[in-house]
Design a protein around this ligand. Structure first.
Ligand code: SF4
Ligand code: SF4
Ligand code: SF4
Length: 203
């Protein structure tokens, strides 16, 4: 049996845009389930999502809270002007669903079919070469992409947490152990004492 947070998450658009004030759809779902967030904070979901959430949690529907943004009329996807792209990789780090491909110092490209339209890649681009354009009619409807975006976001989170753990492990291996540090201090003190003896000073 699914939890309330899971059922709320199932109703959310899964763009992972963070406009609700949470770092993704699942954290927002958990906040709504816990009564810490209101049902009207998701601009990509708009009035339809507010109504579905109201129905699920048993409260009257209300208008979308404009403090979190406004509902877009039509879905969009990001497009990179590849001639201007300097390959800085910042958009890749910002994309919550891994929809951008490209290596450092190489031109980058958005895989339109995987782009959730979240716009999180726009602010970090130092040369402003990413634009939002209408989602091509040839692409699947956004409603049918929710599971794909959720899966890609979950995989990305897991990868980032593995990378963070690997960085911590590497730092730990590089850092001298307490015993080694203590040995270093003892050696330093012994050298100081020997020098003092040689020069006739007190130890
Ligand atoms: S689509 Fe964006 S605003 Fe809506 S719940 Fe997900 S992260 Fe929050
Ligand atoms: S390419 Fe940009 S707009 Fe599309 S999902 Fe990634 S960050 Fe969001
Ligand atoms: S942030 Fe802009 S310049 Fe940097 S790789 Fe992405 S598109 Fe290219």
């Amino acid at each position: 049996m699914s939890t309330l947070a899971e059922r709320i998450d199932d109703l959310l658009p899964q763009t992972q845009c963070t406009r609700c004030g949470y770092p993704g759809c699942r954290p927002y779902a958990e906040a709504v389930a816990a009564g810490a967030a209101d049902i009207n904070q998701c601009p990509p979901g708009g009035a339809a999502t507010v109504a579905a959430l109201a129905d699920l949690v048993g409260v009257p529907p209300k208008p979308l809270n404009p403090a979190y943004g406004t509902e877009a009329e039509n879905p969009t996807v990001a497009v990179i002007d590849e001639q201007r792209c300097i390959g800085c990789f910042k958009c890749v780090l910002a994309c919550p669903v891994d929809a951008i491909i490209g290596a450092a110092k190489r031109m980058h490209t958005v895989i339109a079919a995987e782009c959730s339209g979240c716009e999180l890649c726009l602010p970090p681009c130092p040369v402003d070469c990413i634009a939002m354009v209408p989602r091509p009619a040839s692409l699947p409807a956004t409603g049918t992409q929710r599971e794909l975006w959720r899966r890609r976001h979950t995989m990305r989170q897991a990868r980032r947490s593995r990378e963070e753990q690997a960085r911590k492990d590497a730092r730990r291996q590089r850092a001298p152990s307490l015993q080694e540090q203590a040995r270093g201090i003892d050696i330093g003190a012994a050298v100081a004492r020997a020098r003092a003896r040689r020069t006739g000073g007190a130890t």
